[in-house]
Write a protein that binds this ligand. Structure first.
Ligand code: 5AD
Ligand code: SF4
Ligand code: FES
Length: 347
């Protein structure tokens, strides 16, 4: 159907990156998004199931060494209740996101996925965002029925990556992404923008790496310094680089599912709207019970802390109207899957 639509080449991306204004990029990204995804914005219900984390990423508010976080772990019963409420409101993708928490071990997450699938009659897609694991663990999660996996590469600069992530290498991160793909997941990754030490070249390479990885989903957003981390005094960079990032990603990966992220909406009141206008086609209302939301602050100033996910869905619908966009309650799998499933399609 969209065979006439071609992604920009790395060289073309580079030319736009250095020569196009943000308005020009947004216009191109927004137009291309409309040609591919129409006026529909897909919804993903987010569940922040644990804020325990054994990792110590310098940028993150729930890093291991932040002793002032009130740690929580939402049990299966409560997660399934949130899924029930989301399902009732029409949500058909649930994103299970958390820190690297050994109490929620792989077998336990497998059982959770099975329960969600069972409760939704197999109708809902389950996306996991539970960090770095072994190839076997990813395969087991996929066998348990999980459909998609998100693991941001965070930054394409290998030195910066290692510095920010406690010595863990970009190579290891990319290997994990290979394991995830090989396990048969729809693959999501992404990065932050405005990290201390990042350059223009890093930002271009972020886009080129996302394209090279042939991602089905790409989530990006502004780095927002958290006061209880080693990066407390880092400079807050403008949202603009994230808006440019979304537009360039759309041009690099026309079919990808790209969320207008909560971090963008937290940094600027109209941050998510600006991302949608530039080519994002996904929104992620947070279905986590309100009593826990405030304890999952990877960055300060996170929005929607006092609103329920159900209230947010209403809010998001209103916010999309002036952009001439509508919420979609479809599952929204990667377009390549639908093609692969279609009879007579090339292998
Ligand atoms: N500002 C913005 N985004 C952050 N993340 C973690 N810490 C911050 C921060 N301080 C992002 C990372 C992670 C995702 C879940 O949240 O990219 O992968
Ligand atoms: Fe843990 Fe993820 Fe935060 Fe790193 S970014 S400290 S892995 S929750
Ligand atoms: Fe949560 Fe507007 S999206 S209150």
């Amino acid at each position: 159907m969209h065979t006439e639509i071609k992604a920009l080449s790395p060289q073309e991306i580079k030319e736009h990156f250095y020569n196009s204004t943000t308005d020009e990029l947004s216009l191109l990204g927004g137009e291309l998004c409309r040609r591919i995804h129409g006026n529909k914005v897909l919804l993903r219900g987010l569940l922040e199931y644990t804020n325990h984390c054994s990792s110590n990423c310098l940028y993150c508010g729930i890093r291991r060494d932040n002793g002032s976080v009130r740690r929580y772990r939402i049990n299966e019963e409560m997660l399934l209740e949130a899924v029930r409420q989301g399902t009732e409101r029409g949500i058909r993708t649930f994103v299970i996101q958390g820190g690297e928490d050994s109490e929620y071990d792989n077998a336990r997450i497998c059982r959770l996925v099975e329960s969600i699938k069972e409760q939704t009659g197999g109708e809902a897609a389950v996306t996991l965002s539970c960090g770095m694991k072994s190839a076997t663990h990813y395969r087991d999660l996929r066998s348990a029925g999980a459909d998609r996996y998100l693991l941001r590469f965070e930054t394409s600069d290998p030195e910066l990556h290692k510095y920010l992530r406690g010595g863990s290498s970009l190579t290891a991160r990319l290997r994990a992404l290979d394991y995830i793909r090989d396990a048969g997941f729809q693959l999501g990754s992404g990065f932050m923008l405005g990290l201390p030490g990042e350059t223009e070249e890093t930002r271009l390479n972020n886009i080129l790496l996302a394209q090279k990885l042939e991602l089905d989903m790409v989530g990006i957003g502004p780095f927002i310094p958290h006061p209880e981390t080693p990066l407390a005094d880092a400079e807050q960079k403008d949202l603009e680089m994230s808006v440019r990032g979304v537009a360039l990603l759309r041009l690099a990966l026309p079919e990808a599912h790209i969320p207008a992220t909560t971090a963008a909406g937290s940094l600027e009141k109209d941050g998510r709207e600006r991302m949608i206008a530039a080519g994002a086609n996904v929104l992620m209302p947070n279905l986590t019970q309100v009593e826990f939301k405030k304890d999952y602050q990877l960055y300060p100033g996170k929005i929607c802390l006092d609103e329920s996910g159900i209230q947010c869905i209403g809010c998001l619908g209103m916010r999309m109207k002036p952009l001439d966009r509508e919420l979609s309650f479809l599952r929204g799998d990667a377009p390549r899957l639908e093609r692969e499933a279609a009879p007579g399609s090339p292998a």
